[in-house]
Design a protein. Structure first.
Length: 467
């Protein structure tokens, strides 16, 4: 039988807590609805007190709980359960000194790059990573606390909305290598000096680097100089990716001859050409970042290329679905998980590069947390849509009204105040052969548009109308 992830004695030692019944845990969870048998349930304070859910967690098979007051279950009691979770995460790192750790941050592409790196790490040995977008003050220590003691390599996603959020998380992870995918106008409403403040906040990640660690930076980004200086100030070795000749990983080509793409590159002067399952143009630079991170974590190039070649688009981040409509299929490109001016422009350009007999259609919802320039950022997308020769544009939300007003009448597909109201209008217009991309911030419910289109296709198929 495999060793437990944690025993109650280890948890008490790591947190300075006191025990109320011995137990062993095979996992760690903060969500009583998602308990797996054998999990430690951490009763965090939130909108509701996590202690209210201890009994339910135990009924689903939790082995014990981390709490701040006595409960009717095996427990370890601490004064603050979030601090206890942080201490558990640090203890997990310290008991496994053999682990090569990487961390990923950036304004765009954190989750996709993290999961692609994980795909490479998994080919090289026992690996561990963040799940979903567990990148905040709870997600990072939770991911650490879940790391098995025999792990060989791990990668962590680290995000932020404000200054001083990345620093403590990076110091918790203590990565041997970090990637900053890019810096752009994301969360700028929380930074009086805009993108410069965002760049400095991203640079906090270097403060957690192990001595002699590697900082992997996007040389094409306008904040490269700031990030490079910050990395070198802590003694990091800088590795670069981009399109310039001096980059360690240089993107030389990105072609989409069919449903997948082919990437051309030079890695430390070696010419490469390899297929990937992604079609988004941003995956050219993403691939360069992934290869450099895998190299820094002692993964072979062969394993890295194989991982990229098999890595499928994540839900809401470029996944494609065939949707049945009258007379055939529509190709839905679901980019609904999140959006900002950088990722929006990239996704529009990628769609514009796709060729087919049908129309290229976008359904866009508001990009959030952009501060006083939000309306200008939205209206500015009109130029990207023009350059990409997009046929029809559907918009939802008060900010997207700025884009709608900037569009020529021939490009206007439909406008609604909400994503839910827009969805049926899109479904009525699409035709067989169309390429349809849905994109917007998660908070503006872009996913509802994608879900509604898929449901419309399923209903058509079930009724036989699309056959």
């Amino acid at each position: 039988m495999a060793d437990p992830l944690w025993t109650s004695e280890e948890i008490a030692r790591a947190t300075g807590g006191s025990g109320g019944g011995g137990f062993s845990a095979t996992g760690v969870s903060i969500d009583s609805r998602a308990i797996e048998p054998g999990d430690l349930f951490v009763a965090l304070a939130g909108v509701r007190d996590g202690h209210e859910f201890v009994a339910g967690a135990m009924q689903l098979g939790a082995s014990g709980a981390l709490v701040s007051r006595d409960v009717a279950a095996p427990f370890v009691k601490v004064s603050d359960t979030l601090v206890g979770l942080e201490q558990l995460g640090v203890a997990a790192r310290e008991r496994a000194p053999q682990v090569r750790r990487g961390a990923v941050t950036g304004s765009v592409g954190k989750t996709s790059v993290t999961q692609a790196v994980m795909a490479g790490l998994s080919r090289a040995g026992r690996a561990h990573s963040s799940v979903k977008s567990y990148n905040n003050h709870i997600g990072v220590p939770l991911t650490l606390a879940r790391m098995a003691r025999d792990t060989e390599r791990a990668v962590f996603e680290i995000g932020m909305n404000h200054a001083d959020e990345i620093r403590p998380l990076a110091r918790m992870v203590r990565p041997h290598a970090v990637v900053v995918t890019t810096v752009g106008p994301v969360h700028t409403e929380n930074f009086p000096d805009g993108e410069a403040g965002v760049a400095r906040a991203k640079a906090e990640i270097f403060e957690g680097l192990e001595p002699g660690g590697v900082a992997i930076l996007n040389a094409d980004n306008q904040w490269f100089g700031l990030l490079k200086d910050a990395a070198r100030s802590v003694g990091a070795t800088v590795r670069t990716f981009g399109t310039g000749e001096d980059c360690d990983a240089r993107l030389t080509g990105f072609q989409v001859p069919g449903p997948h793409a082919v990437v051309g590159a030079r890695l430390h002067g070696r010419t490469l050409e390899f297929p990937i399952l992604q079609t988004g143009g941003h995956w050219g630079l993403n691939s360069m970042a992934v290869l450099l991170m895998l190299e820094a974590l002692d993964v072979s190039l062969d394993d890295g290329l194989a991982a990229l070649g098999a890595f499928e688009p994540l839900a809401g981040r470029g996944a494609e679905t065939r949707v049945r409509v009258a007379g055939g299929d529509v190709t839905l490109i679901d980019e609904s998980y999140n959006a900002n001016p950088i990722s929006m422009a990239s996704a529009i350009a990628t769609l514009g590069a796709r060729r087919g007999a049908g129309r290229r259609i976008v359904a866009l919802t508001d990009m959030l947390e952009l501060g006083p320039e939000a309306q200008a950022f939205h209206a500015g997308l009109a130029a990207s849509l023009e350059a990409a020769s997009i046929d029809l544009v559907f918009c939802a939300g008060p900010l997207m009204k700025s884009l709608w007003d900037a569009l020529p009448p021939t490009r206007r597909g439909g406008y609604a105040e909400t994503a839910a109201d827009l969805a049926p209008r899109l479904a009525e217009v699409v035709k067989a052969g169309d390429l349809v991309m849905v994109k917007g911030s998660n908070g503006s419910k872009a996913g509802l548009v994608a879900q509604a289109l898929i449901a419309h296709g399923a209903a058509q198929d079930a009724s036989g109308e699309a056959r």
